[in-house]
Design a protein around this ligand. Structure first.
Ligand code: HEC
Length: 124
């Protein structure tokens, strides 16, 4: 008699543990699936309208140093680059930095290229 009544509890405990383990694995899978989704949507490979996208990206990444209207701040104005820099050179400055300007690491090369196109489009 002793010990016997414990058996059902043992079974319940094991079932409980198995359920908990499988739930946490399901959670892990979901999280991985969500991460995969995010990566897919974040990786921009082409813009339909690079100039418009570049304007938005420059608002997010450049105005802190180059001023709200890109007319100059702690960094120089970016409103008359035409003639001084080519699209490729601007893209290169964004991705790799230049002098006192650090590389901008939160944009990829397609986004940097879009910003370069925008900056040349507003160039006077
Ligand atoms: C942390 C501050 C900072 C940020 C953010 C920043 N820049 Fe700069 N940028 C500078 C500084 C400072 C210079 C001057 C660098 C030098 O020649 O020493 C500069 C120079 C430049 C130049 C060369 C301008 C010239 O007339 O020679 C370009 C082009 C440029 N930045 C583009 C950008 C773009 C586009 C972004 C956003 C993607 C950006 N920068 C973000 C600080 C910044």
């Amino acid at each position: 008699m002793k010990g016997r009544p414990l058996l059902p509890f043992g079974i319940i405990a094991i079932v409980g543990i198995v359920v908990m383990i499988s739930l946490s694995f399901m959670g892990l899978n979901q999280r991985e699936a969500m991460n995969a989704d995010e990566e897919e949507t974040e990786e921009v490979t082409e813009f339909e309208d690079p100039v418009a996208a570049g304007e938005e990206l420059s608002q997010a990444s450049c105005i802190g140093c180059h001023g709200g209207d890109l007319g100059g701040g702690s960094g120089p104005a970016l409103t008359s680059l035409e003639g001084s820099y080519s699209q490729e050179e601007i893209t290169d400055i964004i991705l790799n930095g230049q002098g006192a300007m650090p590389a901008i690491s939160n944009v990829n090369d397609v986004e940097a290229d879009a910003i370069a196109q925008y900056l040349l489009s507003i160039s006077e």
